[in-house]
Design a protein around this ligand. Sequence first.
Ligand SMILES: O=C(O)CCC(=O)C(=O)O
Length: 276
Amino acid sequence: MISPDKMYPLTAHEKQHYAEHGYALVKAVFSKDEAAYFRKEVHDIAQRLLANQADDVVNQGWSSGAKVTDLPRELLHCHNVQFHSSALARLLVDPRLTDRAADILGDNVQLHHTKMFIKPPEKGAPFPMHQDAPYFPHENHSMIAAIIHFDDAPIEKGCVRVVPGSHRAGMREHLSDGGHHLPPEEFPVADAMPCPAEAGDVLFFSYLTIHGSGLNTSQEARTTLLVQMRDPEDLPLVETHVSRGQGHMLRGVDPLANSGPSVPSPVRLKAVTDRV
Ligand SMILES: O=C(O)CCC(=O)C(=O)O
């Protein structure tokens, strides 16, 4: 049933934990069966992109992964997954996700961007510790990430790690060689608090919370979808990190929306192949 009511709030403990530590791991937001379904959708996207030889689907986790390890590393990723799969589009407006997001950032929840990550077995690329804020700074710092886990992410799979309470100290100076990151010797990934999760769990955290992740050394892939969301009245300080689907309302309304022409979506031209 579609309803304006908030049906899936955070618990009082989760809210208090988020306020104090800048993150909350919410267990079993989605069922194991749903997680398996979404996992397949994500892996299918990766396979289609690889078959299409799409740019940058598979990389080394950008050059910043080298700040964490010298070992071989690989990451499959894709932004804007809701344009690839209707299952993932539906997931973005699911009240089990958006009601909880609303408990953190306010009743109106607007999409900033999505990105899927598959950290392959044995060499799944790590992320050095960083805040997301330097990538897309906003006036009121309402921005949050929700990392939806589609398979289990124990420590050995390179689960996300956080520095609890770090959101309270505001935006920090970052190094920007190979993506924004904090000095690895000052903020080693191994010293951060691991957030091991199971398929169906969602990790919410502020874009000011320092986070990163280790190498996946296990025999299984780690599959996640990151959904970055904001209060639509919280405006960006710089025009950067603009993506397809940005501004889509996931819950509530956009009080600042105007009636101007919509931004045209990219033209899709059929590739000329040798099928003539
Ligand atoms: O999924 C991960 O391992 C970390 C991702 C991350 O830190 C980011 O995308 O900002």
